[in-house]
Design a protein around this ligand. Structure first.
Ligand SMILES: NC(=O)c1ccc[n+]([C@@H]2O[C@H](COP(=O)([O-])OP(=O)(O)OC[C@H]3O[C@@H](n4cnc5c(N)ncnc54)[C@H](O)[C@@H]3O)[C@@H](O)[C@H]2O)c1
Length: 440
């Protein structure tokens, strides 16, 4: 088995293990589910991530990549152990570290040679010290040296392989500079900037980064709402702002807001840490509140047009929290669909890859096999996820299939004028008024 062991085969663990194997390392990925492990050995992936399957198969064939459910096997030759298990939200918004604790305890019990434990999961500030304590308490021989390094992950689902291979920076935090440098060597082929800090600072860099990105989106959504009230177009505002190098164009897309496996739980966890340690995270609270309101706003726009949802059929285009992933964790679509159903709407929906995951979360939704089927007999459509395939639909056909052509563009992917020319009652997010004084 490999000298690199990765615990957890989700979006972060699988990508990390597979990409490290692709860089020439011998890697073993551990996960607790035998079916998942057996599938992975055949190159069948538990998640959808563009480009990943091919790299899995290539590295399986090269004999550099192995999958196991046995900690004994995984730890046999391990010198580097990456922890990449989930850290979901706990009851009060804190990060739940049960999976980290379980994984680290199992690892510690099998340490017989010097090991560097690298934490890739997003964990509260101070977790690195806690992990080191757990390891020392559970090691069979406490004289064997161990090191803990915090190595927060910044990859984006949907472009995870590219992001892993082309990172903006590698952050490594540790009480031991040598340990951090040993981990840096694993990343050497990527030629990325390496930032070495203490443990707590590295952990904080991850939370601060996610909170900032979420803030940027909530900021532009607040501006979008003001644009809408005052007649300005947020798309042009964002373009005008984003060309300023101090601001940058990314994360200035107004719409139904952020979701997913990271921003919601990480902003919540950071706010929770702040409160627990006696500071007042008023900005973070506003960022979360604005985000939640955006989901409701799309529904409110439609209610104004339809006059209510009882007896109405609403089609949803896109279910995953963003394009190019099947991840449904905290996806805006779920909230929007539940709000619509609560007010009596029948919902039809389509997503290119997330339907199976969505079925487990949503009841009484008719899942369709393409966007045109969603449109059939619908009183309105809401575009929730901006998959590329929605950008070039035959909108005249869509219009003809609908009972009435009402379109809420939750990601501003369509041209308002063209949609109106086609006969749609169209509303974007924050698009102000057109030259005739109509809301865009
Ligand atoms: N998904 C992202 O885009 C992303 C980006 C950066 C950081 N992160 C962080 O990385 C961590 C993992 O996220 P993810 O999206 O990959 O999660 P995930 O839910 O997709 O995967 C978690 C994996 O851990 C496994 N696991 C849980 N407990 C285990 C145990 N005791 N032993 C072995 N395996 C165990 C699960 O079976 C699963 O394979 C989280 O802390 C997350 O915040 C995620």
């Amino acid at each position: 088995m490999g000298e690199i062991c990765v615990i957890g085969v989700g979006y972060v663990g699988l990508v990390t293990g597979v990409c490290l194997a692709d860089l020439g390392n011998r890697v073993v990925c551990l996960n607790r589910n035998k079916q998942k492990s057996d599938n992975l050995k055949k190159g069948i992936l538990p998640i959808y991530e563009p480009g990943l399957e091919e790299i899995v198969r290539r590295n399986l064939a090269a004999g550099r990549l192995e999958f196991t459910t046995s900690y004994d096997e995984a730890m046999e030759e391990a010198r580097f152990v990456f922890i990449a298990v989930g850290t979901p939200s706990g009851a009060s918004g804190e990060a739940d570290l049960a999976h980290v604790e379980a994984a680290v305890t199992e690892v510690a019990r099998r340490i017989h040679q010097p090991v560097t434990i690298i934490n890739k999961s997003t964990v509260p500030i101070g977790t690195g010290d806690w992990v080191a304590d757990i390891v020392r308490e559970n090691m069979p021989d406490a004289s064997v040296p161990i090191w803990v390094v915090s190595n927060p992950e910044f990859l984006r689902e949907g472009s995870a392989v590219y992001d892993f291979m082309n990172p903006d920076r590698i952050v490594l935090g540790s009480t031991s500079r040598e340990a951090a440098e040993r981990v840096a060597e694993l990343y050497y082929p990527l030629r990325a900037e390496v930032i070495i800090t203490d443990l707590r600072t590295a952990e904080m860099i991850k939370y601060a980064s996610n909170a900032f990105l979420a803030t940027k989106i909530s900021f532009i959504n607040e501006i979008a709402n003001i644009c809408e009230a005052l007649g300005a177009d947020v798309l042009e505002v964002a373009r005008g702002m984003g060309t300023d190098h101090r601001i940058a164009p990314h994360f200035l897309g107004a719409g139904v807001g952020w979701g997913g496996s990271c921003f919601p739980k990480d902003v919540k966890a950071l706010a929770h840490m702040a409160v627990t340690h006696g500071t007042n995270p008023s900005l973070l609270r506003a960022v979360m509140e604005i985000n939640y309101d955006q989901r409701k706003r799309a529904v409110t726009k439609l209610r104004h047009i339809l006059g209510g949802f009882r007896g109405k059929t609403v089609g949803i285009l896109g279910l995953s929290f963003k394009p190019n992933t099947d991840d449904m964790r905290d996806a805006p679509s779920v909230e929007i669909i539940r709000l619509l159903q609560y007010e009596g709407a029948q919902v039809r929906a389509y997503d290119p890859v997330a339907t199976e995951n969505a079925r487990r979360l949503l009841e009484d939704v008719t899942f369709c096999s393409d966007p045109y089927e969603v449109a059939e007999g619908a009183d309105a459509l809401i575009l929730v996820t901006e998959w590329n395939e929605f950008k070039q639909l035959d909108m005249a056909r869509i219009r003809d299939l609908m009972k009435q052509p009402v379109l809420i563009d939750g990601r501003n992917i369509y041209d308002p004028r063209r949609m109106r020319e086609l006969g749609f009652v169209y509303r974007g997010m924050g698009r102000g008024y057109d030259e005739t004084g109509q809301p865009r």
